[in-house]
Design a protein around this ligand. Structure first.
Ligand SMILES: [Ca+2]
Ligand SMILES: [Ca+2]
Ligand SMILES: [Ca+2]
Ligand SMILES: [Ca+2]
Length: 462
């Protein structure tokens, strides 16, 4: 079923036992507006989605081919195409689209003893790009669900068999059909549905068989590398058959699992529909744990820094190095600070840029990526932690140069003059010209900036 923004409802249905596929449109009042001719699309339904123009893609399969029809909002067929399938078999599967409008199918065939995962990619003009199959052990394997992430990677889950034992097996392909990983979970298990979060983590759901409790809901979270981050199980109150069928995520990071479960509320061993909500299945924010010490604010004898606020920018690693996100927080007396971001992407490197009220803007030497929404970076360990090795060693800490009072990227005479004016005026308090953080603008501030100006200290960036 599909719904559009105007409240129209589109139903795709199979008619007369595997012979025809029909599409029906109802308006928001429930009035039937149109339906497609019964004989127009022979075969079993195997895909139903809007394309990027709001047209309806209806796919069905029959012996040896997948028929793809694109209907406009009035039910008129604007494209009709047959894709050759495999060996004159029926394709049993489902369909999804990626952000670019490419179309993907995944499923199995009607040869239940020796089928494989079959994966098909068509471009947005419904031309075949590639096909893949996945066979675990020469036995029955079939895919049940597929999703694409925003990079065009494809995730597929389903059932594989090895020595007559089934497993939930999840695969990840890149957009060119290269298999990146495959992961199987448990024995006498199977995967029925799959969902992805904004970071590209995958949630596969289905069931696993366990002694004493028969089948139980099984949901597994994989990161982008295919590592299993956790698994959750649910056993109904009768210790009997519990099989999850559908997984969904909301924008607040909650995960919903629904399926069939035999519980106490039913008569003897009849299934209920049971839905489970897991909170915070994924975090909405990513966190940078930063260590950075400000030259003027650091006392190397005490090995402490005057705590102060800095702003962190994350920038793209490709020209023009656009700002992706920023966050403001406080570096403590050890130079440690925690910065939360909401716009970072998984597996994507960013330059980390430190900006402080009177220090040289300092960039990380290379891009850094968040892993599972976490990133730690320590500028104080080595001069090469900063782009252009733009750090000054004080004691045994590499520090950010102090003295860029006007934040123009240079520590030069104009900064020195500004400090000197405040020194003459005995300026006190939280001030740009206080280079050592003691709330007074005095000679020691002037000396730090003056020395850096003699060395022509300036911002270094790509
Ligand atoms: Ca197989
Ligand atoms: Ca159970
Ligand atoms: Ca300056
Ligand atoms: Ca001072």
């Amino acid at each position: 079923m599909l719904t559009d923004d105007s409240g129209n409802v589109y139903i795709q249905s199979e008619l007369d036992h595997f012979n025809e596929t029909c599409v029906i449109k109802y308006n928001s009042n429930g009035d039937r507006e149109w339906f497609t001719d019964y004989y127009q699309a022979p075969g079993i339904p195997c895909g139903f989605s809007f394309d990027k123009f709001g047209n309806i893609i209806s796919a069905s399969s029959e012996n040896g081919e997948i028929q793809i029809q694109i209907l406009n909002q009035d039910g008129i067929v604007i494209l009709n195409k047959n894709i050759q399938f495999f060996n004159n078999r029926y394709f049993n599967g489902t369909m999804t689209l990626d952000n670019s409008g490419n179309i993907y199918f995944a499923g199995g065939d009607d040869n239940y003893s020796s089928d494989d995962y079959y994966i098909i990619k068509l471009d947005s003009n419904v031309n075949l790009e590639w096909t893949r199959s996945f066979d675990k052990n020469g036995e029955s394997d079939y895919a049940t669900s597929l999703k694409t992430d925003k990079h065009g990677n494809l995730f597929v889950t389903g059932y594989t068999t090895e020595n007559e034992i089934t497993s939930m097996t999840t695969l990840k392909y890149n957009t060119n059909g290269y298999l990146l990983w495959s992961k199987s979970e448990g024995q006498y298990s199977g995967g029925n549905d799959l969902e992805l979060d904004m970071y590209g983590n995958a949630y596969a759901t289905g069931f696993i068989t366990e002694s004493g409790s028969s089948q139980n809901y099984l949901t597994v979270k994989y990161n982008t590398n295919g590592d299993s981050l956790w698994n959750k199980k649910y056993n109904g109150t009768r210790n009997h058959r519990d099989i999850s069928k559908i997984v969904a995520l909301d924008i607040n990071g909650n995960l919903y699992i629904t399926g069939q479960s035999i519980g106490l509320g039913t008569g003897a061993y009849h299934d209920d529909i049971v839905t489970i909500k897991y909170s915070e299945a994924y975090s909405l924010n990513s966190t940078l744990n930063l260590t950075s010490i400000i030259e003027g604010f650091y006392n190397e004898d005490l090995n402490t820094m005057v705590s102060d606020t800095v702003q962190i920018f994350l920038r793209s690693v490709t020209s023009p190095y656009s700002v992706v996100d920023s966050a403001k927080s406080v570096l403590d007396i050890s130079g440690n600070g925690t910065f939360d971001f909401s716009n970072t992407d998984v597996d994507t490197p960013y330059y980390i840029i430190v900006k402080h009220r009177n220090s040289i803007e300092t960039w990380s030497s290379i891009g850094q990526s968040f892993t599972s929404n976490q990133l730690s970076y320590n500028f104080t360990e080595n001069s090469d932690k900063a782009y252009g090795s733009n750090l000054v060693l004080k004691g045994n800490k590499y520090c950010i140069y102090s003295g860029d009072v006007n934040e123009d990227g240079y520590i030069d005479l104009s900064d020195v003059i500004t400090i000197n004016n405040d020194v003459i005026d005995f300026v006190t308090g939280y001030n740009l010209t206080d280079i050592n953080g003691d709330n007074q603008s005095d000679l020691s501030d002037l000396i730090t900036a003056y020395n850096n100006s003699l060395n022509f200290v300036s911002m270094k960036r790509p």
